[in-house]
Write a protein that binds this ligand. Structure first.
Ligand code: PBG
Length: 335
């Protein structure tokens, strides 16, 4: 060891490790924070009472009957989670080519909304607008004889579906169908029906993704699906197009927009936030959950750290909030 100090120039002038040296300092320098208030918790609704069935492709996730959905919502409210998203597993005998069960004011989704509003009046309820849980072909829209998905005819159904959900008490209508013009059309009927305060969160940039596989299992539409959804959901290669989708949905009256899936599309989230500076949400979808949870259960990754890191990344990318199957676990970890 030389007693002579090296010239100052040999040392870094800036040491970014300095603020990382202590937990208090790391907390102080954190650019974003994650809290239970950032989560929307998706729940799968099934028929019956006291019914709880495992979703094999999503370890740890269950379909719940309406009474248990209400209990889960109450628990979520207690954990500080502001909103529940509902997805019905419609009994096969209620599925038709035109998905008209979507318009039934007594369908699983509507019953679940009412039960939640009774049990946990302080929590928000988001409902998905698309026909796939109700159709025999598993598509989000009406199918023509030649196999095309009919845009404008589908929109009429979606308007009806949104109204039925709003009447049942839904707070946020979330069209996930990707038909052109549906946000404006839904806003119009909501206004006409005096549902001025019912929000629209559009699945604005929704990609034709392999990561939805486990979800289709959970709602029971996977086995039915003929073909793929590439004529209405976006090409994973495109991001400029996502900005056009978002611009249209804002112009049509969306209160917030969603990017979906989440983790493989963080660049899209960041670009949307940059370009529009509006509330952006991400959906950490079923395949992402299945992938992470399977690895965690196999002991390949550290579960709790992984959950918080993955969700924090959405906040860093610019998200106001995240739809995540980890909502309850993450809220407990943060609590
Ligand atoms: C239905 C819908 C899907 C998801 C949410 N709403 C599936 C699809 O478009 O095929 C996927 C959610 C997930 O994978 O967790 N329109």
């Amino acid at each position: 060891m030389s007693p002579v100090p090296k010239p100052a120039a040999a040392y870094p002038a800036t040491r970014l490790r300095r603020p990382r040296a202590h937990a208090w300092s790391r907390a102080l320098f954190a650019e974003v924070a994650l809290s239970p208030a950032d989560f929307i918790w998706p729940l799968f609704v099934t028929d019956g009472t006291g019914e709880r069935t495992a979703v094999p492709t999503m370890p740890g996730v269950e379909r719940l009957s309406v009474d248990l959905v209400a209990e889960a919502a109450k628990e979520a409210e207690g954990l500080g989670i502001p909103c529940i998203a509902l997805f019905p597993n419609t009994p096969p005998e209620r599925r038709t080519a035109d998905g008209r069960e979507a318009l039934n004011p007594d369908n699983l989704t509507c019953r679940a909304i009412k039960a939640i509003k009774n049990a946990a009046p302080g929590i928000g309820v988001l409902t998905d607008v698309a026909l796939d849980p109700y159709t025999t072909h598993g598509h989000d829209g009406l199918l023509a004889e030649d196999g095309r998905i009919l845009n404008d005819e589908t929109i009429e159904m979606l308007q009806g579906q949104a109204l039925v959900q709003a009447r049942a008490g839904a707070d946020i209508i979330a069209p996930s169908d990707m038909m052109d013009g549906r946000v404006g059309a839904i806003r119009k009927v909501l206004e006409a029906g005096s549902f001025h305060d019912v929000q629209i969160m559009s699945y604005a940039a929704k990609y034709a993704s392999a990561f939805y596989g486990p979800f289709r299992d959970a709602v029971g539409s996977g086995g039915f699906l003929k073909g793929d959804k590439k004529t209405y959901q976006m090409n994973p290669a495109n991001a400029d197009e996502a900005l056009r989708e978002v611009a249209l949905d804002i112009a049509e009256g969306a209160d917030s927009v969603m990017v979906k899936p989440g983790m493989p599309y963080l660049d899209v989230i960041a670009r949307v936030k940059d370009a529009f500076n509006i509330p952006v949400f991400a959906y950490q979808v079923s395949g992402e959950y299945a992938m992470l949870e399977t690895a965690a259960r196999a002991g390949l990754i550290e579960r709790d750290r992984m959950i918080i890191e993955a969700l924090t990344a959405f906040r860093r990318a610019g998200c106001s909030g995240i739809l995540t199957y980890y909502a309850r676990d993450a809220a407990r970890l943060l609590g």
